[in-house]
Design a protein. Sequence first.
Length: 158
Amino acid sequence: MGINSWLAQLTGDDDAAFGSRTGPGSSHPHEEEASGLNFRTAIEVHQQWKMRLHAVIEAKSEEELDPDAVSRDDQCELGQWIHGVGGRQFAGQPQFVDLTKKHAQFHLCAGRVLSLAQSGQQALAAAQMAPGGEFARVSREIVGDLAAMFMRLKEVKA
């Protein structure tokens, strides 16, 4: 599946004008990159936090995660891009500023969920992860913002 189709499916917008669609298996790494960031990877890594946190909540995780480290927004690839190349290129653009704030909020939420789960407050941690919970909301917003930014960058480049 090409990156455009994948983003349309991901955002639930099958009729969106995501440019020409490509067939299954036709996505290439260069199609997923813009301004020094692989957007598909950034989205997938942030989506994986949901599974990782659920594993901690359910006491099925073997990872040793530190809530303070997870709360930092400059440790993941997206955060490094935001605080580096992305910041230098897009610092004044409202869409980037919003993405930066939501990304920081995402990591704070993930750290809070992790801290709750590790302190025996699984029900509160799970509530943050459930639809309507803060982590779930911010997670969806990050994915949407990344998809929108990627598409905008691809339009400008075309």
